[in-house]
Design a protein around this ligand. Structure first.
Ligand SMILES: [Zn+2]
Length: 279
């Protein structure tokens, strides 16, 4: 408890000058993690709920579930993954068709991150093609909520070929997972839940692989995980907070950022939309 008070006091003092000199903090943070692959949180006592393959028909209700529980999650959105009504090439899977849900996730303070434009196997793509996949998502996010993401989870968790080089150049933090819930492979919520029970709540926080395209994941598994976290005194946080905080604990200036920083989820700068509303 004493430590907690000390941390709070230090943070409020540090907050003043942390904000006065943001550049070194940003530079140090990026040199540590940009382009490397992260599979777990860097601190204990946390759990990062991370959902791939949206936006989808359940995005809005998933945001409600997280909001009602008072927790923050991370959404790895694609630009054009086919939606449930997608037939014969119509673009129901286009991110702009879920514009309101994407904005709602962002406005609610959840982390909105990239899962590429078309969900390709990027390990075998050229650097230019990989960059294009990322830039198209960035432009769509700018059009919808005015920010560019700083985090990506690659489709199929593929990080080979040119991928990591391009991510380093584009200043992306690359996320994988430490628990594959297997929802994509017909694992039941019960068997996914057993994985968490087996892995336990101790140690560095988990970053599960989950998909918001499965109703059982967004309802049954998510509610179970919220309760599991509560039972085990884990705080459910965004990926950004779960991977950055431990790095900042040695420096007071960065401690403030750890406790009160949503900015690191997104790239620095002000960006202009291009008016696009279709994929
Ligand atoms: Zn995916």
């Amino acid at each position: 408890m004493l430590f907690a008070y000390a941390v709070t006091a230090l943070a409020s003092v540090a907050g003043v000058w942390a904000r006065a000199v943001p550049s070194p903090v940003e530079v140090m943070k990026r040199t540590h993690i940009a382009g490397s692959v992260i599979t777990k949180c860097s601190k204990t006592g946390v759990l990062a709920l991370a959902y791939d393959d949206g936006p989808y028909q359940y995005t809005s209700s998933l945001v409600d579930t997280l909001n009602n529980a008072g927790v923050k999650g991370t959404f790895f959105f694609t630009g054009t993954l086919p939606g449930p009504a997608d037939t014969e090439g119509c673009d129901s899977g286009c991110i702009y068709n879920q514009r309101a849900a994407v904005k709602k996730a962002y406005d609610s303070g959840h982390q909105v991150a990239s899962h590429t434009w078309t969900h390709p196997h990027m390990g075998s793509m050229s650097a230019g093609a990989i960059q294009s996949e990322m830039e198209k998502v960035e432009q769509a996010f700018v059009n919808i909520f005015g920010r560019k993401p700083a985090y990506v989870r690659p489709p199929y968790l593929e990080t080979g070929g040119q991928f990591l080089n391009v991510m380093r150049q584009m200043n992306y933090t690359v996320i994988n997972d430490d628990i594959d819930t297997g929802d994509w492979n017909n694992q039941s919520p019960a068997s996914s839940e057993a994985m968490f029970t087996r892995a336990g709540a101790g140690g560095q926080g988990h970053i599960p692989l989950m998909h918001e395209t499965y109703q059982s994941t967004v309802t049954t598994l998510t509610n179970w995980l919220i309760n599991w976290a509560k039972t085990n005194n884990l705080k459910i946080v965004t990926i950004q907070l779960c991977v950055v905080c431990e790095l900042v604990l040695t420096l007071v200036a960065r401690l403030a950022e750890c406790l009160d920083d949503a900015g690191g989820m997104y790239k620095q700068g002000t960006f202009t939309g291009n008016g696009a509303s279709s994929c």
